[in-house]
Design a protein around this ligand. Structure first.
Ligand code: PLP
Length: 355
């Protein structure tokens, strides 16, 4: 993937909107990447748009749905990423916002969703596939089917899921999904947006006619090639990567079961993203410093989403799910590059930093 990006940084320097040969070469790189991605997600090429990140994709959907599709109600969850929650908040009084009830592991409760759906009012449901902090997986097929039954639009933030789960978009009842390359080992600063071709919204950024008028601004050709390559690799190697991560996950859970006062939150690899393990320890003077101490020992784990953990502020996800518990949560997120010995060392260090 890095070679692919470097090759295009060196060779595909033409502006893809220019008609000269260099420009046409760059255009071909973009369209080839789009074609590959559309094939992997089983949708048409006209439904895939390149953006700068997951945040931009999610903002484009929420702004567009309210401004261009007459959405007057949004149903969402308190566990969504801030780029969804803040984009909804920014709509002000133009929309009524409703929060779906959650079960004990943070999944959207389908009965509660059905109770909120109202076919008489134009509604957007925005519920993520996989939660970035606790890893809970929502049943987006069931959610999408409910939305269709009540004539609601369905947007799913699939930033944490793409590249780890397969999506057949010709069959999945979803109107919009968003993704970000760096979650599946692609470069940071490039994202994707899928918009079902029965829907038409206006762009977030105005200017040139790039991305078929959906996203003005000169395209990031090398990173567009990079996101296509990273996604192809993720899906080509999905089974082997997953098997390895599942082994690491189980190894970690087995070792943690021998430690006092340590609990794995939602250990199921079906209801939870298989690469995320959340470890709960009692909150005290020692465990408060667990994450910086693990960092000093070389372990890049976090206690919230990467976006907020720099400040070690409390997490809106943990607060919503465990409002009355004095817990310190440590999120381990595996990659297929991790090794069993790293898990062994992690458990050894964890024991020291929490006792
Ligand atoms: N949605 C989820 C679930 C995420 O985890 C993230 C980033 O961590 C985003 C959206 C934002 O993506 P980006 O950082 O590409 O803007």
């Amino acid at each position: 993937m890095v070679e692919e990006i470097s090759r295009h940084l060196s060779n595909s320097y033409g502006n893809p909107s220019s008609l000269h040969r260099e420009g046409r070469n760059s255009r071909m790189v973009i369209e080839e990447s789009r074609r590959n991605i559309a094939k992997l997600l089983n949708c048409s090429i006209g439904e895939i748009f390149f953006t700068s990140c997951g945040t931009e994709s999610n903002n484009t959907v929420i702004n567009g749905a309210v401004r261009d599709l007459g959405v007057e109600r949004i149903i969402t969850s308190p566990l969504e990423h801030p780029c969804v929650l803040e984009a909804i908040k920014a709509q002000g009084r133009s929309v009524d916002v409703h929060f779906v009830q959650l079960n004990e592991i943070g999944q959207a409760d389908l009965n509660s969703l059905e109770g909120l759906l109202d076919s008489k009012r134009k509604t957007l449901v925005s519920l993520m596939h996989v939660n970035n902090e606790i890893g809970t997986v929502n049943d987006i097929r069931a959610i999408g089917e409910l939305c269709k039954r009540y004539g609601a639009l369905f947007h799913s933030d699939t930033v944490q899921g793409l590249g780890f789960y397969t999506y057949d978009l010709s069959d999945l009842p979803v109107d919009f999904i968003s993704a970000s390359a760096h979650k599946f080992h692609g470069p940071k600063g490039i994202g994707l947006l899928y918009i079902n071709d029965e829907i038409s919204i206006k762009p977030l950024l105005w200017g040139g006619h790039q991305e078929r008028n959906m996203r003005a601004g000169t395209e990031n050709v090398a990173y567009i090639a990079g996101i296509g390559k990273a996604l192809s690799l993720a899906y080509d190697e999905l089974d082997t990567r997953k098997a390895h991560i599942m082994h690491l996950r189980q190894h970690l859970i087995d070792q943690l079961s021998g430690l006092d006062d340590v609990r794995v939150v939602n250990p199921s690899a079906e209801l939870n993203h298989y690469k995320i393990v959340n470890i709960a320890v009692p909150l005290n003077d020692k465990t408060t410093l667990a994450i910086p101490n693990l960092d000093i020992a070389g372990f890049a784990v976090s206690g919230g989403s990467a976006c907020s953990s720099g400040a070690e502020t409390t997490s809106h996800v943990y607060d919503a799910l465990f409002p009355n518990e004095e817990l310190k949560l440590i999120r381990v997120s595996f990659s297929h590059f991790n090794k069993t010995e790293e898990v062994d060392l992690f458990c050894k260090v964890l024991k020291d930093v929490i006792n």
